[in-house]
Ligand binder design. Sequence first.
Ligand SMILES: N[C@@H](CCC[C@H](N)C(=O)O)C(=O)O
Length: 288
Amino acid sequence: MEFSKGHGTENDFVILPDPDARLDLAPERVAALCDRRRGLGADGVLRVARGGALVAAGVLPGLPEGTGADDWFMDYRNADGSIAEMCGNGVRVFAHYLTAHRLETRPEFVVGSRAGGKPVQVHAAGPVFGDVTVDMGVVRQLGDSTATLDGRVYSGIGIDVGNPHLACVDPNLTEAGLATLDLTAPGFDPGFFPQGVNIEFLTPILSGSVHMRVHERGVGETRSCGTGTVAAAAAALRYDGSDEGVVQVRIPGGSVDVRIEKGRAWLRGPSVLVASGELGDEWWSSLG
Ligand SMILES: N[C@@H](CCC[C@H](N)C(=O)O)C(=O)O
């Protein structure tokens, strides 16, 4: 069984080409694959399938808005095997993979996700290094909530970017202070976020940039989260009293650029295809 491994600002994924949606991605299989000791290790899995095939296989109840049966669909799974609606870094790596593997030849196309079709613009897609912009769509502010870390309460804004986020801008936080936080298990209000939430901690905007760390639902702390950088940019702009602008978001795994205009966001950043190979069939079967 073929796989590739890639990352977007060190948010890493196992990519499984499966155009006809034949693979059984049971949660325990995904969790084993993403385990950094028993498996290949990754923050998530990107199954590369046609939208229509996923519907026919019963993986999707129907085609999400803005996606076609023949579109390539990013069937995203978190490292714990759970399904998430959207993954911003995943879409960048997915589009790079499609282009580098000649499954797509157009510089602009739509990637299907459970949160709808995401138009992408591929600026570069070498065999290893890529650069992709994703039209992330509408950024919806859900209202104020809080996160807790080590007994300290952080004010944040709930933001829906297809998946749920709680972005906490702390005016007292510096890049150095951010690095000392323990993001193992931040607390949040389950009444506000009944489906769980991805939580971002960040500095206010300084010279067009913010520094951010993230705890992802279904994964734990990761070195980057694309939807999280969009939520962070929206929260940082709001903190500055503005609802539009361009923000460079610096995460432990690198940096990305987020543009917010008229309530929509665009995410641009690098993608790296690190390796490809074959999974042991016997190993994969032993997980089922
Ligand atoms: N890393 C992703 C987000 C993946 C999904 C998230 N963990 C969730 O459960 O919503 C990104 O780059 O956006």
